[in-house]
Design a protein. Structure first.
Lengths: 326, 326
C-alpha cells in the first residue's frame, strides 16, 4: 500500500472562463471542485488505477467536510485528523473558451499553447503542536502495512513535545527509515535539503525548487548535490523538457515525452510522484519507473484538473518515452 | 419583519491579492468567505442593525451546508428549502496590497480608485418545478408576519403545476399584493418589466439594467417608464452619481453622497435595497428613505465584502447626503 501524507490539503476549485478581463464579472462555464493537495492528488491517481493507497491529512471545519465527503464518494481510502483551523481552498482560473477546446489528437505538435492558468492559493490553517503530533502518529500507525510513504507539499515546523523545533520532512524520513520503509518527498525550500540529509529514498523537486535549494543552474549537478547530501535518488521535473533522474549509485537519465502535450500543467508533478511511488513499490528498474512517470505526467497535463490522467494520451505516450543515460 | 427571497444564493469567497499577474500562482493574503446572494446580503445588513428579517432561499449539497452554518453562526434568521442541485460559489479577486490599504478618512476625495475586482460567478443549479413550488410556498408561509418582501437576484422561469411558464417576479408581486404586502424587487432583464407591470411597490435596477430594459438613456425618463408600466416607485442606483428616485405620484429626486468613497462596490446595491426596505417598513418619507439608502450604500463600498457597512463612513455620510427634487 502507498501511504500519502498531505500536511496542507485544499478544496481545489477550477473555473474555466472564456477570457479573463480585469475588473469585470465573468460567467464561469465549467466548474470542477474536489479534494486536493499534492499527496491527495497522488492517492487519487493511484486509486483510479486500482493501486492500494491511503491518504492521511488534517481536516478542519466545513470546508474540511467537503474533502472527506468527496474522497468517500470517489472511493479513495483516507484517514483524516480533525483540527481546529479551517481547511483552505484554492481557486484556479483557466482561460479556455468552450468552442476552443481541441479534440485530443495523439502525437499533435505545435502550434500548441498551455492554457493560461491563474492560481489563487489560500495559505491554510496553522496546526497546533498537538495536531501535528496526532498527524505524525496517524502516519506512523499506517506504516506497518505501507510499502512507500509519499510526503507532498508544504510542511509546518515540527515542534515536538519538549518545544524543540526540527525539520518536519527530516522527521518523516527518519521515522520511515527506522521502520524500514521507502519514503518519497515532493517538497521545496529548506525541507528539501533536510530530507536529503536525513536519507530520503527519492526526492522530486521541480527545476525551480531544486535551483533555489542547491544554488546550481545545471539540473544534473543540482540533483547530484542532493544525492551527495544523502538522498537515494533525485528526480527533477523540468516541464516540457521531461525528467532528469540521478541516483546515489552514480546513474543518471534524461526521460522525455515524444511530443509536447498542451493543457493544464497543475498536477503533472503529482502524476510523476504517483508513478515513482508505484514503481518503487513494485521494484521496477529506473528506466521503467521513468517511462511510467513521463507517461503519467503527460497524461495529467491533458486532463482538465489535478489528480486525473487522460487515458488516450497515456496510451499514446507510454510506448514512445525516450530514456537516455547521461 | 422584512422577508428576503434569494432564488440563486451563493457561497461568496473574496480573495485579496497584491497584484493579479496572468498565468501565475498568487498567494492570497486575505480571505473572506460567507453566505451570499443579493437577498441574503440584504438580510445580513438588516440583522446587523437589529432589524427583524428572515431569509428564504434554496440550498443544495455540501456547499449549501456552508451557507446555513454561516447564517446560523451570524444569527441571521433563515428558512432554506433543500434542493437536489448544488448551491453555487462565487469568487471575487480583489487587487489590494496589504501595505496599500489606506486608513479610512472621512471626507477624503480624489485621487481615489476603486479596487480592481474580478468576479467569477458560477451559474447555479437548475430548480425542478417542485423545488420552485416549495420555495414559493415557503415565502407565502412567512408573508403573514412580513411588512416588506424583498426579492433579489436572478429568477428561474416560473413553471406552475399545469406546465404554464410565467414571470417569477410577476408571480411574487401578485402574491404579495393579494395579501396586502409591500414588495421590493432588485432584478434585471424581462423580470424587471414584468414586475413593474404586476405593480411592484418599488423596483431597484442599476443604471445599466434600467437602460437595457426600457431602452432610454436618461435615467429619470427610464424610471418614469417603469412607473407608467405599473411600478409604485423606481430607485435607480448610478454608482458614484448616487440614486435617482421616481414615484408613480410624479415625484422625483436625485440623492448623492457628499464625497466619493473608494473600496469594493460589490454589495452597494444590496445596501440600497436594505435601506429602502427598512424605510418602507417604517413608513419613512422618500427623502428620509433616500438619505438612508445613500449612506448605507457608501458605507457598503467602504466595507471589504458585500453584506457589511463601515460604521465610520456611515456616520460621516448620513448627515451630508444631498437630496434634490428633479
Amino acid at each position: 500500500m502507498i501511504l500519502t501524507f498531505t500536511p496542507n490539503p485544499a478544496w481545489d476549485v477550477t473555473y474555466e472562463v472564456d477570457r479573463l478581463v480585469a475588473g469585470t464579472t465573468h460567467r464561469v462555464h465549467t466548474v470542477y471542485a474536489r479534494a486536493g493537495g499534492k499527496g491527495i492528488n497522488v492517492s487519487r491517481i493511484l486509486a483510479k488505477r486500482g493501486i492500494p493507497t491511503m491518504a492521511v491529512f488534517p481536516v478542519g471545519r466545513a470546508v474540511g467536510r467537503l474533502l472527506t465527503d468527496d474522497l468517500s464518494a470517489a472511493a479513495i481510502d483516507h484517514d483524516p485528523v480533525e483540527i481546529g483551523g479551517a481547511t483552505r481552498m484554492t481557486v484556479t482560473i483557466v482561460e479556455r473558451s468552450q468552442a476552443d477546446r481541441p479534440p485530443l489528437e495523439a502525437g499533435r505538435c505545435s502550434p500548441l499553447r498551455d492554457d493560461v492558468t491563474n492560481v489563487f492559493a489560500e495559505p491554510g490553517p496553522a496546526l497546533t503542536t498537538d495536531e501535528w503530533s496526532a498527524l505524525i502518529d496517524r502516519v506512523d500507525r499506517h506504516l506497518a502495512r505501507t510499502s512507500v510513504l509519499v510526503c507532498s507539499g508544504s510542511f509546518p515546523p515540527d515542534v515536538d513535545k519538549s518545544g524543540q523545533t526540527r525539520s518536519a520532512p527530516a522527521r518523516l524520513v527518519e521515522m520511515s527509515k527506522a521502520s524500514g520503509h521507502l519514503v518519497l518527498l515532493d517538497t521545496s525550500g529548506p525541507g528539501l535539503l533536510a530530507a536529503a540529509e536525513a536519507g530520503a529514498s527519492v526526492l522530486k523537486p521541480n527545476a525551480q525548487e531544486l535551483r533555489e535549494v542547491v544554488g546550481l543552474d545545471d539540473l544534473c549537478s543540482g540533483a547530484q548535490a542532493l544525492c551527495s547530501a544523502g538522498a537515494g535518488a533525485v528526480v527533477v521535473s523540468a516541464g516540457e523538457d521531461g525528467l532528469i533522474a540521478v541516483t546515489a549509485a552514480g546513474e543518471a537519465w534524461c526521460a522525455r515525452p515524444p511530443f509536447r502535450v498542451d493543457g493544464n500543467p497543475t498536477g503533472a508533478g503529482d502524476a510523476v510522484v504517483a508513478a515513482l511511488a508505484y514503481g518503487l513499490s513494485t521494484g521496477a528498474s529506473w528506466p521503467e519507473q521513468l517511462t511510467l512517470a513521463v507517461a503519467w505526467s503527460a497524461a495529467a497535463v491533458a486532463a482538465p484538473v489535478a489528480g486525473e490522467v487522460d487515458p488516450d494520451v497515456l496510451a499514446t505516450v507510454a510506448g514512445q518515452v525516450s530514456i537516455v543515460p547521461i
